[in-house]
Design a protein around this ligand. Structure first.
Ligand code: SAM
Ligand code: SF4
Length: 475
């Protein structure tokens, strides 16, 4: 269950529509469908860029594609099952179009390469998240009838020089990857195994990409990484005088991006609680255009479970972080990820999670029940012993509490005025705009005058639902 846009359920399985250029300019067509977190969606734009440079244009109709790609997620078992089902759908295309190639990209590649390629013969190409540069040669290999695989993880690859092709974009919001991989080894998580070691992207290439997006009309950028606060980049010896020239932390990078233009909003995701510093919080306070919203996943409210999860903080330490955020950034939105029913979690420990949620008054939440992932520390060390019905019941309690907290948070905003960036028509009516506050709350309000998307307006909040603020433009 999600109440926000980081792991957007509505986008799961989204196929890319070419923004530009003209599809007839390409001799062959590719279709790409993406699953999982925002990092995966950003990666699909890098893949699209590499494919376009090599003569493939995007199509949203897989029946007419020469290349069909699934950019996959392994974070929970359900995500893997969805992709597997999709592969069976795509196999039917091969009957009508025997030359079509089917490929698996991303996190499932390493885990399931031999199963998908050899045992089940479901795919022709398997390409891990650090191997997208080898796509053109792998496609050639697969066209020649060989099974093409590259799942090597890299310690350096950040695709810094590749300008992602923006597809399915509203022209207002964009994601920009600033780092790849993760070194944290939370015991439940497969990411360090599927995406490899943490590495930070060259700051100049990030700033350049953000500036170009701003010049193209984009007004909000989300800096992406599994753990953005541990971003750290140092100049290499042979970089010469053309590089950034000095070491830079996440706070420094955030400031550089914020300085591109006051009209460019900057967000970031995700912050590991152990790494977010006062320096980041003070940088956010200094710049009005850095959005006042922090995604700070807690996972559990019990110290024993947090230790088993290898999260490296306690409940008390986490609470002091939340208090620090509220002290330096009054009114800042705070959201979280929570896992219900981790190995050996008792009823009392589950209640500690509910209690912590109440204390933190999260504005949004992403909530999951624990799904054992092969190869992780938890899978090797701890029995997955909370019965499924108990996990699901605990998750339902967590979700309904979060719903109440989100409603309360929205209700508290009624009567206030917010600066809103207009993102698009509202889903329900083209007579209304949809935009967001700095705190990441969705606001819907009637259109009025010549204002258009990508512009900022002051909106008076007159009402709310559980997930949306309702307002009127302040005239
Ligand atoms: N790097 C981010 C962090 O530490 O906050 C999280 C990235 S992970 C892609 C997103 C969320 O998926 C995690 O915060 C966690 O709540 C959830 N998750 C990861 N592994 C899981 C598992 N095995 N079962 C259930 N949920 C899981
Ligand atoms: Fe996974 Fe933990 Fe890394 Fe997040 S910080 S990606 S949960 S290992």
């Amino acid at each position: 269950m999600t109440v926000d846009k980081k792991h957007d359920e509505l986008r799961q399985g989204e196929a890319y529509a070419a923004f530009a250029p003209d599809i007839t300019a390409f001799q062959k067509k590719f279709y790409i469908e993406s699953y999982g977190c925002a990092m995966n969606f950003a990666d699909s734009e890098i893949v699209a860029s590499i494919l376009q440079t090599n003569g493939f244009g995007a199509t949203t109709n897989y029946q007419e594609a020469d290349l069909i790609f699934l950019n996959t997620c392994s974070i929970r078992e359900k995500a893997e099952q969805t992709v597997r089902k999709r592969l069976f759908d795509f196999r039917t295309v091969k009957k009508q179009k025997p030359g079509a190639l089917i490929g698996i990209l991303g996190c499932m590649a390493e885990r399931l390469k031999s199963k998908l390629l050899e045992e089940e013969r479901l795919v022709d190409l398997v390409i891990g998240p650090d191997s997208y540069r080898s796509l053109p040669s792998l496609i050639m290999e697969a066209e020649g009838g060989q099974k093409a695989v590259n799942v090597l993880l890299s310690r350096e690859e950040t695709y810094a020089d590749i300008s992602p092709v923006k597809l399915n974009s509203n022209g207002v919001n964009s994601f920009v990857s600033i780092m790849r991989g993760c070194n944290n080894m939370c015991s439940f998580c497969v990411v360090p195994f599927t995406r490899g070691r943490e590495r930070s992207r060259d700051p100049l290439s990030i700033i350049r990409e953000c500036r170009e997006l701003f010049e193209m009309g984009y007004r909000e950028i989300t800096l992406l990484g599994q753990n953005v606060d541990s971003y750290y980049w140092t100049p290499s010896e042979n970089e010469g005088t053309n590089g950034y020239g000095k070491p830079i932390t996440f706070a420094g990078l955030l400031e550089e991006v914020a300085l591109i233009d006051p009209l460019l909003r900057v967000r970031f995701s995700t912050s590991h609680p152990k790494d977010i510093t006062d320096d980041v919080l003070h940088t956010m306070a200094r710049h009005e255009n850095i959005c006042k919203c922090i995604h700070l996943p807690v996972q559990s409210g019990s110290n024993r479970i947090l230790q088993l999860m290898n999260r490296s903080y306690t409940r008390e330490w986490y609470i002091s972080k939340v208090e620090r955020i509220r002290e330096i950034l009054p009114g800042c939105g705070i959201s979280s990820d929570i896992i219900a029913g981790f190995c050996s979690e008792t009823e009392e420990e589950h209640k500690e999670t509910l209690d912590l949620m109440e204390y933190c008054r999260y504005d949004f939440g992403y909530m999951y029940f624990y799904s054992e992932r092969p190869g992780t520390l938890a899978a090797r060390r701890y029995p997955d012993d909370v019965p499924e019905e108990v996990k699901k019941r605990r998750l339902t309690e967590i979700v309904s509490l979060q719903r109440r907290l989100s409603e309360r948070s929205n209700y508290n905003d009624v009567g206030k005025q917010f600066k809103v960036l207009i993102e698009d028509d509202s889903k329900k009516s083209d007579q209304h705009w949809m935009g967001r506050t700095s705190e990441n709350k969705v606001v819907v309000f009637p259109k009025n005058g010549l204002i258009t998307k990508g512009e900022y307006v002051q909106v008076n909040i007159t009402g709310c639902t559980g997930g949306t603020l309702i307002g009127e433009i302040h005239l």
